[in-house]
Design a protein around this ligand. Structure first.
Ligand code: XIL
Length: 321
């Protein structure tokens, strides 16, 4: 029994989780994380991001990321890369830098190339690296997000990043990863248009990562349809950062039953879409979730509780597959 086993029985590639290595001295946490019956895939929650991998221009530091990659190799899980270009968790020299367009194009290209190249070769068979090449390129209304990349390079930084990543590792699946694209709507439509235009221009793009930082009781009803619409464009999809916070409900027995049902709904949607390849939890326990828990109403977003005991949500996932 286990989440990853359930996913595989349903012909998905994996059920995985994000993690931070500083949690690994928690022996109960670590033993669940290690268990391939529960998790077949790992995403570094932080340490493959720009601030950690290129803290100074042209100075690449992969030691922290390698700790995750080595664990993945040792346990025989799959690795998802995360991420090449994002407006958050950037080093100061990028956020506060002044660049001409050609200078920043060089900087983006070098970063994506070096990052993906470093983890190249962990791709074949046992290991499956997908660079989530750009996260969160769009605003909720579907316009491009104003950040250092867009403001300097317009949307050209996206093909620059994708092409550099493809060159760095031709076998890595390249994803654009975003939030608030769970249901249909302006932002999803804009991303579909972006995927179409990338494909038209011959820019490599293999998948869409749907983050799924969701709220209990508020699961978009168009989730499955939306995934199908992405898949119809010739890309695969993955649920890349699933968690489900309490916001307008209380985490009492009734709330936990709702959370269980909502996890099941999300998993079922992925299960029904052939091109939905897998699901990643954005960590598996309330103890280490990035969503703060303020009793009684907020947080508690994961399938294991703060004492590392399984919650009803765990059974919801099993049921969903
Ligand atoms: C989060 C990490 O989990 C936190 O530890 C960190 O402080 C902030 O970033 N979308 C993403 C992830 O793509 O990289 C974010 O991870 C959560 C939102």
């Amino acid at each position: 029994d286990g989440l990853n086993l359930a996913a595989k029985a349903a012909k998905k590639l994996y059920l995985g989780t994000a993690t931070n290595a500083d949690q690994w001295n928690d022996t109960v946490y670590y033993s669940i994380l290690k268990d391939n019956a529960e998790f077949g895939q790992i995403t570094a929650a932080n340490v493959m991001k720009w601030f950690d991998t290129e803290p100074e221009p042209g100075v690449f530091t992969f030691e922290d990321g390698d700790v995750i990659a080595d664990f993945v190799k040792k346990t025989g899980k799959k690795l998802r890369g995360h991420n090449c270009v994002w407006h958050n968790q950037l080093p100061d020299w990028v956020v506060n830098g002044t660049f001409t367009p050609s200078e920043l194009a060089f900087v983006v290209e070098r970063h994506c190339y070096e990052l993906v190249h470093h983890y190249q070769g962990q791709v074949y068979e046992a290991h499956f690296l997908t660079g989530s090449v750009h996260t969160e390129a769009l605003n909720d209304d579907g316009t491009f997000r104003s950040d250092i990349f867009y403001d300097t390079l317009n949307s050209t930084y996206i093909p620059i990043a994708l092409r550099a990543a493809r060159r760095a590792d031709p076998h890595a699946k390249l994803y654009i990863n975003d939030y608030n694209i769970e249901g249909t709507g302006a932002k999803s439509t804009a991303l579909k248009n972006l995927i179409k235009s990338l494909k038209r221009e011959g820019v490599p793009i293999d998948g869409v990562g749907i983050q799924c930082h969701l709220t209990v009781g508020e699961i978009p009803t168009t989730l499955q349809q939306n995934m199908e619409e992405f898949a119809a464009l010739g890309v695969e999809v993955a649920i890349t950062e699933l968690d489900m916070r309490f916001l307008n409900q209380t985490a009492n027995a009734e709330g936990l039953a709702q959370q269980r049902a909502d996890y099941e709904t999300v998993i079922k949607a992925c299960n029904a879409v052939e091109k939905c390849v897998g699901v990643t939890l954005w960590d598996f326990t309330d103890k280490y979730s990035w969503i703060p828990t303020t009793p009684p109403d907020e947080g508690y977003p994961c399938p294991w509780d703060e004492n590392l005991k399984k919650k009803p949500a765990y059974d919801g996932i099993i049921q969903g597959f």
